[in-house]
Design a protein around this ligand. Structure first.
Ligand SMILES: Nc1nc2c(ncn2[C@@H]2O[C@H](COP(=O)(O)OP(=O)(O)OP(=O)(O)O)[C@@H](O)[C@H]2O)c(=O)[nH]1
Ligand SMILES: [Mg+2]
Length: 249
């Protein structure tokens, strides 16, 4: 890794302590330091994470005493990454759904474009639940309206490399602690003018996988997030429109 770019991984974990072992191992095998966030797991879950952090070199465990949500876990992870002097954070979900073989390519992209957000674009196989796939399409439609652009083909992927210099000031001000954080951060970074690059990453849903997604509750939270972002878009209309005009010229 060159001097300018120091990448760590942040892995928020809630009820995925067992699946997270494989994720951590893949990261450690690639020589990527890991910040594992125990987001208020059971004492047994915490013990598993504690052992993972002890077993592998370069794994730091940050613990929330109670469950605060993925957004709060990402915030704690980015905070720890900044304190440790990293310039970029690869956020990867602990459930092992994402193809870890994509990581070297993503890191190379970060080295070539250190200012940019490098985002996964999910390539599902047939295991994806149809309702989740539909939900993503609805979210992506709203995100196009909120950013007045088609530059975000997927706003929910839990596989991205964040440039911390621009992402942390935005992340630390988010109120969204739970589901919806992946959407809110990418829309706010687009508003802030951060350039984004999307690349496919294979995603699968194992039959015995644990999902924390609560169909009713999380969809309500996501709808509230879109409502808030649409209101935010109206306040930024002059900025977003002038950016488009300027780009055309
Ligand atoms: N949903 C959820 N995830 C959390 C929480 N705290 C940490 N996480 C982690 O955030 C990541 C995303 O959670 P998932 O349950 O996979 O949610 P998802 O990927 O949107 O849903 P699926 O598409 O069903 O996998 C995982 O690494 C979780 O372990 C929390 O309170 N709620
Ligand atoms: Mg998941």
């Amino acid at each position: 890794m060159d001097n300018a770019v120091k990448v760590c991984a942040i892995v928020p974990v809630y009820r995925h302590e067992n699946a997270s072992r494989h994720v951590v191992k893949s990261l450690v095998d690639l020589n990527i330091p890991v910040i594992l966030i125990d987001d208020g797991n059971t004492p047994e879950g915490h013990q598993v994470l504690f052992e993972i952090a002890r077993e592998f070199a370069n794994v730091e465990l940050v613990t929330h005493k109670c469950n605060l949500g993925k957004g709060a876990a990402m915030r704690s992870g980015m905070d720890a990454a900044i304190v440790a002097g990293f310039t970029h954070a690869l956020q990867v979900d602990a459930d092992g759904q994402h193809d870890m073989k994509a990581i070297p390519f993503f890191i190379n992209e970060t080295k070539e474009h250190p200012e940019d957000l490098i985002c996964g674009y999910p390539e599902y196989d047939e295991s994806v639940p149809k309702a989740r796939e539909q939900g993503r399409k609805i979210t992506n439609f709203w995100v196009a309206i909120e950013t007045l652009s088609l530059k975000i083909p997927d706003a929910m992927c839990g596989f991205r490399i964040y440039p911390l210099k621009t992402s942390w000031p935005v992340m630390k001000r988010l109120h969204n602690n739970r589901m919806g954080v992946d959407i809110e951060i990418i829309v706010r970074l687009a508003w802030a003018g951060v350039q984004m690059r999307f690349f496919p990453v294979k995603v699968n849903y194992p039959k015995d996988g644990v999902s924390n997604f609560r169909m009713f509750h999380d969809n309500v939270v996501i709808s509230m997030t879109h409502t808030m972002l649409c209101i935010g878009m109206f306040f930024r209309l002059p900025l977003l429109l002038s950016r488009r005009l300027f780009k055309k010229k």
